[in-house]
Design a protein around this ligand. Structure first.
Ligand SMILES: Cc1cc2nc3c(=O)[nH]c(=O)nc-3n(C[C@H](O)[C@H](O)[C@H](O)COP(=O)(O)OP(=O)(O)OC[C@H]3O[C@@H](n4cnc5c(N)ncnc54)[C@H](O)[C@@H]3O)c2cc1C
Length: 410
């Protein structure tokens, strides 16, 4: 049973999902404590491509992907790698991933993602206004480019499903690509322009600004690792115990372990991904550009050009391996005029991913006051604020305005 009266709420995880949930709960008058073991804005929500991807409804599991995996793994520039010792642990997730690549499942999963994406921008705007962070968002759209007609033909299914899900985009010609992004080399013949998308100039700093707004609103921050719970009303950390009425688990790909303590098993693992920060080229890009042929994103950030790439299946523990990401820097240098390959910094992040691409959002079975918000995967930065808003709606007993059955837990 939900309860509209103000209560004590404990939110675990200070990534985009957790800080958003904390802010929305605080806006409802609850006494909120946010638990984060690291600094805000340094984890998975820090180093992403920064795209608020309202159009991003296509899951990673698409028809035919299982057959393409061996080729992807063999290709030194391929988008996928696996840490083999982790394979036995990953197997159930992988089997489910393959099942979810059936065409009918893909369409259902895309529609479920689209329903959340449709209301994502409104939730972002509420928090951006509260945090005074408008300068960190660019309202310009996002471009995806293809080198030739053959590579663009591979996008046919994606385009069809995006249309079916009512995504906002337009197909653009070579000339239009040049007008949109004069800094791109004139080698791209086809493109998709997502004019409903926008982008963040520094995702990590945005999370920090949200955390500052939470503190300014009287929220409590506990910098400690949550180790477990006593029933549904006590959060245990490495150094203490905290009583609460509501628990929100928003710990990204680390949520699986915490949820298990309530007797619930979820299909949540991580798709690891890398970034390399480069100096801005002489003529910089106007906004993020996806190089479809290489599964690479180039995102102009406040502090340089960010190259993001890779899906590495290997769990949360294995150390980073930057070999492939570094290889990509030289490989895609042709794409941007004046591209500078000097590495400024690098990063490994952990996308919290379900096999279907559809996140978990709701109360845990048998625990009406314990909520889970995790699994945004490739669009987790986009879905963070709306997930937080919906958790607050559920706590308050309000209608979230979205059918939550696709995101059910258990
Ligand atoms: C290369 C790359 C590019 C990406 N690009 C985009 C993009 O352009 N657009 C987009 O929408 N998404 C993108 N993503 C995905 C997005 O970054 C993630 O889905 C999103 O950041 C997940 O946010 P989260 O808050 O759910 O989890 P996280 O950011 O992982 O936050 C979870 C937090 O919980 C904390 N935590 C975990 N366990 C505990 C514990 N026991 N006690 C206390 N604290 C704990 C962690 O320290 C962490 O800070 C990208 C991801 C990668 C890797």
């Amino acid at each position: 049973m939900t309860d509209p009266r103000p209560r004590r709420a404990a939110v675990i995880g200070g990534g985009i999902t957790g800080v958003s949930a904390a802010l929305f709960l605080q806006r409802d008058g609850h006494d909120v404590t946010l638990f984060e073991r690291d600094e805000f804005g340094t984890g998975s929500s820090m180093g992403n491509s920064g795209v608020i991807s309202i159009a991003g409804c296509i899951p990673t599991a698409v028809p035919g992907i299982a057959g393409r995996v061996p080729k992807m793994l063999m290709d030194p520039y391929g988008p996928l790698s696996i840490r083999w010792p982790y394979l036995p642990k990953l197997l159930p997730w992988l089997i489910s991933f393959v099942r979810n690549s059936r065409e009918d499942r893909v369409r259902t999963n895309a529609a479920a993602k689209a329903a959340l994406l449709d209301v994502s921008h409104a939730a972002y705007d509420t928090l951006i206004e509260q945090a005074g962070a408008e300068a960190l968002i660019s309202r310009r759209g996002v471009l995806k480019v293809y080198r030739d007609a053959r590579s663009f033909a591979g996008a046919e299914f994606e385009i069809d499903v995006m249309r079916e899900c009512g995504r906002q985009f337009s197909l653009v010609t070579e000339d239009e690509i040049r007008q949109l992004e004069p800094a791109l080399s004139p080698v791209f013949s086809h493109g998709i322009y997502f004019d409903g998308n926008s982008s963040l100039r520094h995702p990590g700093r945005l999370v920090q600004r949200f955390a500052e707004a939470f503190r300014a609103g009287g929220g409590t921050v506990v910098k400690d690792s949550v180790t477990g719970f006593h029933g549904d009303n006590v959060v245990r950390t490495e150094t203490g115990e905290h009583e609460t009425d509501v628990i929100v688990i928003a710990a990204g790909s680390w949520s699986t372990k915490l949820v298990r303590q309530f007797g619930t098993r979820i299909m949540l693992d991580t798709e690891r991904g890398y970034h390399i920060m480069l100096p801005h080229p002489e003529t910089t890009l106007n906004g993020p550009v996806a190089l479809a042929d290489h599964s690479v994103f180039l995102s102009p950030m406040e502090h340089g050009l960010r190259l993001t790439t890779g899906v590495e299946l290997g769990g949360n523990e294995a150390p980073p391996d930057f070999t492939r990401a570094r290889r990509m820097v030289d490989h895609v240098a042709y794409a941007v005029k004046g591209f500078r390959t000097t590495e400024q910094s690098n990063w490994l992040g952990f996308r919290p991913s379900t096999p279907s691409g559809v996140p978990y959002l709701g109360a845990l079975p048998g625990h009406p006051n314990v909520f889970l918000a995790a699994g945004g995967g490739h669009v987790g930065m986009t879905m963070g604020p709306v997930s937080g808003r919906i958790v607050a709606d559920l706590v308050a007993g309000r209608d979230p305005g979205v059918d939550l059955s696709p995101y059910r837990i258990g």
